[in-house]
Design a protein around this ligand. Sequence first.
Ligand SMILES: Nc1ncnc2c1ncn2[C@@H]1O[C@H](COP(=O)(O)OP(=O)(O)OP(=O)(O)O)[C@@H](O)[C@H]1O
Ligand SMILES: [Mg+2]
Length: 583
Amino acid sequence: MTSNPPLIEIDQVTFFHSGREVAAEPALRGLSLRIEAGEFLALIGANGSGKTTLARHLNALLVPTRGNVRVLGMDTRERRNWPEIRTAVGMVFQSPEDQLVSTTVEDDTAFAAENAGLPPDEIRRRVDEALRAVEMWEERKRPPHQLSAGQMQRVALAGVLAMRPRCIVFDETTAMLDPAGRRNVMEMMQRLNRAGMTIIYITHYMQEALLARRVVVLSRGQVALDGLPREIFSDPRRLAGLGLELPPLTALAEGLQEFLPGVPVGALTPEELAEAIPAPGEAQRARHLPEAPPHPAREAVIEVGNLAHIYMKDTPLAHTALEDVTLTAGRGAVHGLIGATGSGKSTLLQHFNGLLRPQSGSVRVAGRLLNDPNVTVRQMVQVVGLVFQNPEAQFVEQYIGDEIAYGPRPLLEKPALRERVQWAMRLVGLDFEQYKDRLTYSLSGGERRKVALASVLALQPQILVLDEPTAGLDPLSRREVLRHLQEFQRGGMTLVLSSHQMGDLARLTERVTVLHEGRDVRTGTAAEIFSEGQQLHDWGLEAPIAVQVADRLRARGWPVPRGAITTEGLVTAMAGLAAKEAA
Ligand SMILES: Nc1ncnc2c1ncn2[C@@H]1O[C@H](COP(=O)(O)OP(=O)(O)OP(=O)(O)O)[C@@H](O)[C@H]1O
Ligand SMILES: [Mg+2]
């Protein structure tokens, strides 16, 4: 052993998940990687590429089938090293609720430190410090399960911080967070890193990976690329081959560079990009902004009137989730629903297939009044397909093929059923032969999400309601799913999508409703809603990257139309303006 071993050394590691079919591929194959103290590393890669499996090797939750992992020189295979290894490397997972175990925030934060047998005074000191660091000290007496997702995430992080680790691994920690929550976690990671902590960050958001100092790309259990963000994100075709894509800002810069040669493709922020584009001449500044064309009038298929919902009504724990919500979605439209964590989106969506019934107000879907108790959920599932935020909770079968066949089974003969399952799996990018006999519990996070989507699509409902449909999907899968949703709409399906991915919704939706603290504070066209950057920010949301750049270009005198809310839209608009400028 050298006198100064690297923080983490992964040497030729191969790993087979136990319980998997013997012929199955290993999740990691001969993977080697060295991580030095103080690094800020983003770990990215397609669904199932081995990111989570690798992460769990870093604090001995898993040990290699072959090869070695050493943390500060200690072999993770040796059980006597585990306490020290787990003190050195902490983990924050995607679903914080799985990590929270105690009845108050404070106790929860102390949990790991207590297990490690630290003296009570020391624990108290560390817990206070950790809760202040994540800005949850004020909430220390509250029960963790009452917190928002973002707050739970911070408490989970505080528990890890109280162990004073050298390194923290964040496994898709931001996937379920609203834009404000995501910004918060990103800032926290940067702050910790500046204070000397090693950060390993697993994400499907390329824009976030751009902020790391080193990016490692996994593919089928191996390191495919390892380098600076600028290098990794320089070749779109190579990225696509790995299930990835350019960060939106980089894609925008590439598009603009075609006709504005000065645009820096390596820009890291919207400011940096916009400032590299020279201000236009006088004639351009005087130009009027064209209006966005109106959308077609549509017949209402979902009508919500003055809906209110109080959880645990008439108890001391009563919590108002919806208050006087009114909304109409047109037949054949894609209707977006946005709002910060806890704004009531999921509660509203569960009224669309009768899982929740109006406590006051009314809900009418496809001609059926859901206030009427004779309208059953069973009737509604044929009409409305609902995919929840948390797909695992929905699984009823052991094998993936059966899970997807579950809905249409009573409706179809065997050959047609098999065809339907194949069709649905194709839509979400799951290979039928490879996955049909896999166990539902033995999947990566993204693979589970795909199974949940496929099982609802297999019913071919008239109305598809999706709560965070793309969370956990790798960029290419996300793109594919979004493309199919667009096709469904063209085929006449009505879609209601709730998401924190403003860029995706800007591309897909016709109209958008904003929920804020249980109320519908605004409904408008996607262009109207998404072009209001400051307003979105005040609601805990954010504008799509294209809008953030467009705003700054307008400030510099470019008459960019408000309808330019996507990367493609902004590139097209700027191409037109640049041509006039040159003429
Ligand atoms: N408990 C398990 N049992 C059997 N196989 C598993 C288990 N967990 C994961 N796998 C398989 O191991 C491979 C790697 O999975 P892993 O969870 O590491 O991927 P990932 O890169 O984190 O994916 P995602 O982006 O979807 O989270 C996949 O083929 C997956 O199906
Ligand atoms: Mg994972």
